[in-house]
Each structure stands twice: as structure tokens, then as C-alpha cells.
Design a protein around this ligand. Sequence first.
Ligand code: EPU
Length: 437
Amino acid sequence: MSKIVVNGGKPLTGRVDLKGAKNLVTKAMVAALLADTPSVLKDVPKISDVEVVSRLLELHGVTIDFDDAGVMKLDPRGVKQARMVDIDAHAGSSRIPILFCGPLLHQLGEAFIPDLGGCHIGDRPIDFHLDVLRHFGAVIEKQAQGTRMSAPNGLHGAKVELPYPSVGATEQVLLTSVRAKGITELSGAAIEPEIMDLIAILQKMGAIISVDTDRVIRIEGVETLTGYTHRALFDRNEAASWAAAALTTGGNIFVGGAKQLEMTTFLNVFRKVGGAFDIEDDGIRFYQKGEDLHPVVIETDVHPGFMTDWQQPLVVALTQARGLSIVHETVYENRFGFTEALVKMGAQIQIYRECLGGNPCRFGQRNFYHSAVISGPTPLTGADIEVPDLRGGFSHMVAALSATGVSNVGNVQLISRGYEHFLDKLGNLGADFSYSE
Ligand code: EPU
């Protein structure tokens, strides 16, 4: 299923149902490693990121039972050191392994993590993670194929300040501090809803965590944690993606499980562009009102700002807005690679090094093309395109589905890293496509 042929120009109409957020579920699975009794996680999507984390947990002796209703049982009672060669087979397939460090150091006294993967949207270093772990007392040694860590004197609470509110580094602090000796104070923390849900899970397990104002999180370490039962927060990135698909194709999609509170920033922008939505008890309906789309200026930011993961699918809609839109990407330095394919399909998009949104960001004085100017409306026509990464890939599919003519889209399996049953959902929404090879 690596290549599909899309016959574009048809509105997507119907219903999709969300499961738990990719960016929470995988971390919740790692949290189960910290307990001495089993955990139950509900609404787990069947996506490849979940598969990778499942395999890694199993290599470390965790027993996993995952049923078709999305209920996953994780039993950590047989936790053990994995063989380096087995772990290494997963090098490059996900970024989650870095979050195994704290739990493995607590459970086993040492950890080995493979070199990381994930989407190619910037350098994506792990310096914040390693600094954080050193603060807790970890000794880190870079080896040929990965990183080895030990904690000869155990892990102890620390005062940590992040140079940027990184989601992953905040999770690293949470997963390491909950069982570290003493108190941890984290400032400059990320406060995304997925992080709040992880905190809720850890609290269910017995952790003591308070979230103060101004991005400060305090954790009082406890000696042991027990398993949790939890229904994962819905995937707001997937919800925003389908919303953009409805808007761009002139369709109407009810996204079951989407909630307003975690999406208010997205909904404001969606409305400004000319999209309409009805908020219902069990989801949100997204549609186009049938009038011209309007240009907007967007700056991506950490929560509660406009999420970087919402930008790519929405840029396709902006190619159909009347006038000039600006998107200033301030989270990742290299997240506009996907626009090349849109230009090939007829879009007018220029990428700039300058900070064009109004607020200078940390990429401004460097050589990163991190601002985009989109001039519309421009009709899109089918083309041969390759999916570059998860969100960029979704946006390519939206472009192909709204374009006139046929597109050959390669590397489609990358999208299944984050969207459960992606092609089935598209089929149910009336998309016209076939498998090519
Ligand atoms: N950063 C560093 N050093 C580090 C860690 C991060 O410089 O040690 C930088 C990154 O390079 C980036 C910025 O800090 O420029 C923010 O990165 P962050 O750590 O917040 O991102 P992440 O934890 O690696 C998660 C999601 C991303 C999402 C970001 C921002 C997961 C598995 N991934 O990544 O999701 O874009 O937070 O919200 O949770 C996606 O779903 O497509 C995706 C890329």
C-alpha cells in the first residue's frame, strides 16, 4: 500500500471517529513501566507509533494485551533488561524511546536507548532530555548505536529549568521525577493538554504533582506507583486535520470524539479562514459555508498557542483563500518542506528566512526557512507526489483530494504513524482513490 492513485475534486462528507491522542497514548504506555501492578489504557489507536512502543515495552518484559476495541492492558511485573541488539532494531523508528530512560533507571538501574526517529521536520536534538536526566543523577554514555545510562546513586529530585517549553523534555521530567527521591521543581514547562492528561494518569498511579502558574510544575517523589485505568484524551491533531480536509474539499465532516476546550485556538483560526463548525456533545461538525475563504496570519507556538501540527493541513486550505496568508513556524525550524509538492500542484507559496509573523522567534537570525507566504486562490491540479512526513503527508493527501485530475501519492504508509485506519476513513468519506502497487 505504499502508493495510491487519487482522483481529486470531490468533497469529503461523512463521519470519522477519533481515538486517543498519539502524543499522549505512547507516553501513557511508557508510564505503565513505572508501576508494580498492571495498567489499563482505553481508546488506544492502531497506529505504527503504538506498535513500536509496544514492541519496545515487550522487549523489556512488559506483557501487552491489545484488543480490537482499543483497550490495552500493560503488565510490567516481569520488567527486565532488553538485549541491546533487539532494542537497536528499532533505531530510527520513533522518538518515544528517549522517554524510557527515567522509568528504566528506576526499575532496573540502567537503560539503553536506540538512536531516535520521528518526522524529519528539523534537527530534533535530545540535549534537553540528556540535561534533565543528568540533573536527576543519571550518568550518560553515548555509544556507537545509541545511548547508555546508569544511576549509580539512584535518581534524586532536582530544580530544572527548560530553555524552551519542550513537550518531550517536560514528559521526561515527569516520568523521571515521580519516583525520584525528594522534590523536583520544573520551570519553563510545556503545558499541552496531552501533558495534563499524562499528569492525570501519574496522579492515578500515586504521584504527587502540582501545576502552578507561569509554567512551573512541582513533583514530590514517591517510592512506589501502582497501575492506572485511564481513557486517553482525544487526538486534537487528527481532529484539526479532518477539519482542514472538510474546509479544503468543500465538504462536511463530523469528527466524533472531538471536544471544544482543547481546540479553542484552532477553532478561532478555522472560523477566521471561513470555516464553520457545530459543537455537539459527542463531537464537532466541520464544514465550509460555501463562501470565499479568507487569508490569515498564523504563528505556531506552544500551548495555548496555535499548534505546529495544525499548520500543514491548514496551509492547503489557505491556497484557496482570496489574498495573502502568512504562516510563521516558531516550533520547528524546517517544517515547510511539504509546500514543494503544493507548489508543484499549482499553489503560490514562498518560503522566507525572516520571522514574518510579527514576533521574532529563536530561528530568526539563523538560516532557517521558517515563514511562508501563501497567495490565493490558486486552482490545484493532480501531480506525482511523495509523502515526506506525518502531517505534511496528510496535507498532501488533502491537496490531492481537492485538486482536479489524478495524483499519484507515494509513501502513504508514513501517514499511518499517526492516523488510525487512514485510508478506510478516507474511503468512508467518499474519497475516490485506488491502490497502485
Ligand atoms: N528541542 C530541542 N532539544 C530537545 C528537545 C526539543 O532543541 O532536547 C526543540 C525541538 O527541536 C523543537 C522544539 O524544541 O524545535 C519543540 O520540541 P518538543 O520537544 O516540544 O517536541 P517533541 O516532544 O519532540 C511533540 C510531538 C510533536 C509535536 C511537538 C510540539 C510527540 C511524539 N511528538 O514532539 O508531534 O509537534 O511535541 O507540540 O509527542 C506530530 O504529531 O506530528 C509531531 C511531530
